[in-house]
Design a protein around this ligand. Sequence first.
Ligand code: BV8
Length: 246
Amino acid sequence: MEIPKDLRDRINRETRIVVITGAGISAESGVPTFRGKDGLWRRFRAEELATPYAFKRDPKLVWEWYDWRRGIIARAEPNPGHLAIAEMEMVFPNFHLITQNVDGLHRRAGNQKVIEIHGNLWMLRCTREGTVRENYEVPLKEIPPRCQCGALLRPHVVWFGESLNPEDLKRSLALLERCEVLLVVGTSAVVQPVASFPWMAKEKGAFLIEVNPEPTPLSPLVDLSLRGKAGEVLPELLQELKGALD
Ligand code: BV8
């Protein structure tokens, strides 16, 4: 892979790099994406289950879906794409990661400067007290799980129709305002408000790179489109970026 000169010229130790990832970065770890052919569970689509309405109507069904996903993710390992992004954080001091994924695989790969903007399915929140705690039971002992106070626990994630954590949103927007290189990996770029983030960065002059085996609504906007799998493309891209430092 050869990166274009106008990208190479932007790369130095201080370059402010932001990475945005979606479900595609975890595909090679065996975690199903949302809109791909493997996006169905029983006969449901994610958009039908990842909502407060579905949870209110049938908390047991929604928790069976999450228990199934937790089981797959518990057996999954970070793939070379996750590892390349973790190394990027070591190489570039002004690196930040915003992930839409709730699987926790970026932290397991070693990233620390991560905004899990849609939450994390290993965290459970009491629907009465709002307290959040970690829970790594696979499978869950009780479905749906309950708090000691007796109320239902829910996954500490952002469902469709729910607002994002204002603090996460504020931090993300501040990063997009100032980033010089934005790398968007493995997202179909349809879920708002994250799908609008690349447009904001572009307006502020960021160099946009997309890594995705398929074209997306973002593809016409980006400066460099790397058509391939994250686990194959990202290690090569990282080598090129490190080469530009020499
Ligand atoms: C909000 C957590 C304000 C849960 C997720 C009507 C009513 C209410 C809201 C709306 C509405 N219409 C629109 C909205 C807004 C809605 C939205 O955007 N809907 C979409 C469907 C149009 N957004 C929201 O509701 C957001 N909140 O707007 O608040 C508000 C408040 C009240 C009312 C209105 C507005 C909250 C959105 C967050 C939803 N939660 N996850 C959970 O996961 O359990 S979203 C879910 O989708 C995941 O987080 C996932 O990451 C995310 C995005 O999907 P992708 O990551 O892009 O995954 P996808 O499968 O789509 O694509 C995978 C890509 O990878 C593909 O492009 C594929 O080609 C690529 N790929 C495959 N293999 C590889 C690869 N790439 C690289 N390498 C590979 N090997």
